[in-house]
Unconditional design. Structure first.
Lengths: 557, 601
């Protein structure tokens, strides 16, 4: 591709196909501030923070115009600085500033920019109102008084997730963002994916914080606190502690959790292996009996809720396997049967908070997981203890539910479930087969992947989607008959769990690093196939004792 | 005449000839202006009184639809807005062409006796321009300086009678479009004519219509709005009150050309007369078979639906209109104009009413004729509402390229009470100052100024008009119109309004004024769109007029005015907060406001 050059602040910056000047600047390590720009969403140019001065002295938003060869812009001219500062002063005047107690304080863009540009007061007067905080949803808390109307959540919910649970209302200075028809978030068709909170630049949308409950249980000597850690969490925390993005740090997380005071740490990877064994069995059975296909995966709670809202007729086609978190929860209850266990799951996901509260998933009358914490909450807790996380020694998860294979780890990225399932079906660890699987089209961060796999004399047509808009489009194709598939993996968040709503917000580059991190762990694993997991024998024969189907499967109807 | 459906072109021509013959048979005609302005001043009462008098004197007259007299008699018509609103209610008497202004119900008897029976002119009711009494409408400069194309039939036909419109050439273009000219030729003619949108932005209309024509959506629609909620813009309602049939014809021609079978007109419900007359026109046209299925036996169908619209100034108001159209809630992200992504369910195009009224003339007389007036880039004519501190207030139509001075001096009849000219506010917030007086009014000249021609409100301000109040007024208007998307406008405008309120109460400080200017500059340079308001220039005392009464010094909240009693005072500009207290209080009008912009740009 042809490389062209433009001049930003006197510095020559090369670019190829970047859609706008803002991207060019960021690719060349010049940070132009912006509150409303997101690479995956449409350009909204509302915040006006990314203004730059052109050679002719006019000011324009860098997100809205394309770079040209030889173009010259200034990101810090006096005019730009002055306007930018005033915009911040205006925004600050309409924002409820309670930064000391705000959940987003450490990642708040508004606070960061106000500090960076030395904006100390709302010079033009404080006009903010204090509408009530909406904490009806168990996943996301919405505080409209902190909203800067950047519209990222509205666009995310509409353009990427196709849920349209959030919208703009009224106009001018009276405009505000609210769930549809100004209802409570819990009453809308929100699936709790948390993508809105991950793009929100301020504290207007935050993931529900349940750290306090966790601490109280840690400090309660009557309870045994058992924690399971999801596959994607291990690659989500690195950048918060100054490590390269996407570095797998499961060993350090285990050490940190033990120092926090957790009694037992297990790895959800094991139940991911278990999921595949159950799901593959279910799939083979369906193929043989000629039941209606495709079989949809059931790991993602956002997708389950979306299907309940929008495609109730598809529910029988969704796998009856519980999600890995639920399976591990059930195993933990069996493992410590008779003891007072507080079962905590650390997940990259906000919708899991909802899943853990579903009554139809209770086993033996109790919820299998007591509390779900997100990756961000884990980071908070580690920061709370001021552990030198970077230099913590590695430790292994507890036995017997800490064993895992490479198949379990890759659950954290889109296509991972499918790849594990293919490994299970082909049951061959030769490098040629592994190579074929890796190259069959299952890998990569594309939103929709459709490919075929040959297993013995069968050819399976498989679809892998992430993001609910892609899901809707794929289902529309399946329903119209334009596409016939045997197996569909659905992840509600773009790029799967590595981009989950509970993870620290990430650019597509960071997500690629996280994905690579998971595959590195997979490569380092000697065991690749889910059926090779050494704990399986113990799980099936000792823990489940013939109750496998009852404890590992669910019915969402 | 009998209201049978016309089934072919020949039947239409026969009907037209009949209408013309009946019109010609009326020896004498009385036109009563029944536009909104004249009606508020009692035009309908005058109309009934005239009718009563004619009946009392047993003078044969044609009033209602259907009672055509074989031997002529007097024709009495309720016509739409003539445009000379400041001198209404108006009555015109043909064939002499006498125009009576400011007629009262008491004058009716005299008019019938003197003018109709005896055939004499009543000079008491004539229009006096200060020098002579202008007997006839066409002698008056107000009408001489205009070129009435769109408004040609306004004031000539009874707006509630389709026969009048047909006799005056109405629906001829529709017949041509149905039988003579191909669809492609019509679009090419409009392209050659270079018709531009009259709604504000002035984009070339043909682009929209080509898109609509090329759309394969079977349910494509055309929406026509009177979306001129900019302050003081009522020309669309004037058009509808005067000649609704031209609007119906224009919409029908474009829709049939573009293959649209259902058109929608959204008219603001505050224009009750306009809505009523448009609905009547549609009903009459349907009864005659000029709208509906199989128009004049051509096999083509088109229906026009008239709905109550709302103000269409902000995107949200547009969205509400589209929501109503599709019986669903339309969201922020649904684009306003024709949507290729299919988000709006069906392809929809919207046009301003004045734009579409130009179409029948272009088809009847050709693109060359249309281009003969106006400039290269702004061909044709434009209707303006002329208001403010001038003598002649009303609805006027001028060719593009007419200068601001011509508008004020010739058509407007000069400043009212011989006051000094201050500024012209052209549609929304375009301010034309004294130095722009000789600027031609065209799309391109206003673009050069960094402004738009807008919807066509032309408000002339004199020296008594406080720029502070104007700025506040415009700010409120801008806040109301703000969509709320970009930060500077959404957050800046309420704060500017707040600061100006504070300043005009005399509670502000020098810093507040600086903040207003800073905010205005921010909005101007960084907002998403660039519709910004004026900021203030400050005040000066004219030493020649000041008598030293000290009233201004006593009014000033910040003690910025000093001077000795009975000696001219002075304003200390470093202290002045530009609240305008001195300006409003001065008994001698010695305080002068500086023009906006001069200081900060």
């Amino acid at each position: 591709m042809e490389t062209k050059c433009m001049i930003i602040d006197g510095q020559t910056c090369s670019f190829t196909d970047e859609p706008n000047v803002l991207e060019v600047a960021r690719a060349n390590r010049i940070d132009i501030p912006s509150l409303c720009y997101c690479e995956n969403l449409s350009v909204y140019e509302s915040c006006r923070m990314c203004i730059v001065e052109k050679a002719d002295g006019t000011v324009d938003t860098s997100c809205s115009f394309a770079p040209e060869d030889g173009m010259e812009v200034y990101t810090n001219s006096p005019k730009v600085q002055k306007n930018r500062k005033m915009i911040l002063e205006l925004l600050l005047g309409s924002h409820r500033t309670e930064c000391t107690t705000c959940d987003k304080a450490s990642t708040c863009k508004l606070l960061e920019y106000c500090t960076r540009y030395r904006v100390r007061s709302a010079r033009f007067g404080n006009l903010h109102t204090t509408p009530p905080i909406d904490d009806s949803s168990v996943c996301v808390v919405r505080d409209p008084s902190k909203c800067v109307l950047c519209g990222q959540c509205v666009r995310m919910c509409d353009e990427v997730q196709n849920i349209k649970a959030l919208s703009f209302y009224r106009h001018g200075s009276h405009s505000f963002v609210a769930p549809v028809n100004n209802m409570l978030l819990a009453d809308t068709n929100c699936v709790g994916c948390g993508q809105c909170a991950s793009v929100c630049p301020t504290g207007a949308l935050v993931v529900k914080n349940e750290i306090d409950r966790f601490w109280s249980m840690i400090h309660d000597p009557r309870h045994k606190v058992v924690v399971q850690v999801a596959p994607a969490v291990r690659v989500g925390v690195a950048e918060a502690f100054g490590l390269p993005a996407g570095t797998p740090v499961m060993g350090k997380i285990v050490t940190a959790l033990r120092r926090i005071g957790v009694d037992v740490v297990y790895d959800t990877n094991l139940s991911a292996d278990l999921t595949i064994i159950e799901e593959a069995a279910e799939f083979m059975e369906k193929l043989e009996t000629g039941a209606s296909l495709p079989l949809f995966t059931s790991c993602c709670p956002g997708w389950i809720q979306h299907a309940e809202h929008k495609y109730p007729e598809l529910l029988p086609q969704i796998s009856t396997c519980g999600s890995p978190m639920e399976m591990m929860g059930a195993l933990i209850r069996r493992q410590f049967a008779g003891e007072r266990v507080f079962s905590v799951a650390i997940m990259p996901c906000t919708a899991k908070k909802f899943e853990s509260r579903r009554e139809q998933l209770d086993k033996d009358g109790v919820p299998v997981v007591d509390l779900v914490l997100t990756t961000v909450e884990l980071i908070r807790m580690i920061q709370e203890l001021v552990l030198d996380f970077k230099n913590l020694p590695d430790a292994e998860a507890d036995h017997p539910l800490g064993e895992f294979t490479g198949s379990g780890v890759i659950f954290g990225v889109t296509g991972g479930v499918t790849e594990a399932a293919i490994r299970r079906v082909l049951a061959d660890t030769s490098s040629a087969t592994m190579q074929t699987i890796a190259e069959c089209g299952v890998r990569g961060l594309d939103g929709t992947k459709i490919f075929e796999v040959t297993a013995g004399d069968m050819t399976l047509r498989i679809g892998v989607v992430s993001g609910l808009k892609n899901t809707d489009q794929l289902i529309a194709k399946i329903k119209s008959g334009a596409l016939q598939l045997d197996f569909v993996e659905v992840m509600a968040c773009p790029n799967g769990c590595i981009g989950g709503g509970g993870q620290p917000s990430a650019t597509s580059w960071t997500k690629a690093q996280r994905s690579a991190g998971l595959f590195r762990v997979d490569e380092a694993c000697e065991l690749k196939l889910p059926q090779d997991n050494p704990s399986l024998d113990y799980v099936y024969n000792t823990l489940l004792e013939g109750r496998a189907h009852e404890l590992l499967h669910v019915k969402y109807v | 005449m009998d209201q049978k459906k016309l089934k072919s072109r020949e039947e239409f021509v026969t009907y037209q000839t009949a209408c013309r013959r009946y019109m010609e048979e009326q020896k004498r005609k009385i036109y009563v202006c029944c536009g909104s302005t004249c009606m508020t001043e009692g035009a309908m009462k005058i109309y009934s009184a005239l009718k009563q008098q004619l009946e009392l004197r047993k003078i044969p007259c044609t009033v209602e639809l259907g009672d055509y007299l074989e031997n002529g008699g007097v024709g009495l018509s309720k016509v739409g807005c003539v445009g000379f609103c400041s001198h209404g209610p108006l009555i015109r008497i043909d064939p002499e062409g006498w125009l009576y202004t400011k007629v009262m119900v008491e004058d009716v008897e005299e008019i019938i006796q003197t003018s109709i029976v005896e055939g004499k002119y009543i000079s008491r009711l004539g229009f006096d321009d200060g020098m002579t009494i202008n007997k006839r409408q066409k002698d008056i400069t107000f009408f001489q300086s205009q070129t009435r194309r769109i408004l040609k039939n306004c004031g000539e036909i009874d707006a509630e009678r389709i026969d009048d419109a047909i006799a005056h050439g109405g629906y001829e273009a529709l017949v041509k479009a149905l039988f003579d000219i191909s669809e492609e030729d019509i679009l090419r003619e409009i392209e050659t004519a270079g018709l531009r949108g009259r709604g504000g932005i002035g984009s070339y209309t043909i682009e929209k219509w080509r898109k609509l024509k090329n759309s394969t959506d079977p349910r494509k629609t055309l929406v026509v709005n009177d979306g001129k909620s900019a302050i003081g813009s009522y020309m669309d309602s004037g058009l509808l009150e005067g000649d609704p049939h031209k609007a119906v014809e224009g919409i029908a021609v474009i829709c049939i050309t573009c293959g649209v079978t259902d058109g929608y007109a959204y008219i603001h419900p505050q224009y009750q007369t306009a809505v009523y007359r448009l609905k009547t026109a549609v009903k009459q046209a349907e009864a005659l078979g000029l709208l509906g299925d199989d128009i004049l036996g051509s096999g083509k169908r088109f229906r026009l639906h008239v709905n109550n619209g709302m103000e269409q100034h902000t995107p949200e108001e547009y969205m509400k209109m589209y929501g109503h159209l599709q019986n669903r809630e339309v969201k922020w992200f649904d684009t306003v104009y024709l949507d290729e992504t299919g988000r709006l369910q069906n392809a929809t195009e919207s046009n301003n009413l004045e734009t579409i009224v130009n179409v029948p003339d272009i088809i009847n007389y050709g693109a060359e004729w249309f281009r003969s007036l106006g400039t290269e880039e702004s061909p044709g004519t434009k209707v303006f509402m002329l208001t403010g501190a001038i003598n002649n207030i009303g609805m006027v139509e001028i060719p593009f390229g007419t200068t601001v001075r011509q508008m004020v001096e010739d058509i407007g009849g000069g400043m009212a009470n011989s006051g000094p000219f201050r500024a012209v506010r052209l549609s929304g917030s375009t301010m034309l100052m004294r130095e722009n007086l000789d600027m031609p009014i065209t799309f391109e000249d206003l673009e050069e100024l960094g402004d738009r021609i807008g919807t066509g409100n032309f408000e002339v301000m004199d020296g008594k008009r406080s720029m502070m109040e104007t700025a506040k007024y415009l700010l409120r208007f801008a806040s109301r119109g703000s969509c709320g998307r970009c930060t500077p406008c959404r957050e800046g405008l309420p704060r500017m309004t707040f600061l100006l309120d504070k300043l005009s109460k005399g509670e502000g400080s020098r810093e507040d004024m600086d903040e207003v200017i800073e905010l205005a500059n921010l909005i101007q340079s960084s907002a998403l769109c660039f519709e910004t308001c004026a900021t203030l220039g400050g005040y000066e005392i004219d030493p020649a007029l000041c008598v030293g009464c000290t009233k201004c010094a006593r009014n000033c909240p910040v003690m910025a005015i000093h001077g000795t009693i009975r000696q001219p005072h002075e304003i200390d500009k470093t202290k002045c907060i530009k609240c305008g207290a001195c300006f409003r209080g001065c008994p001698k009008h010695a305080v002068k406001e500086n023009d906006p912009w001069k200081q900060n740009v």
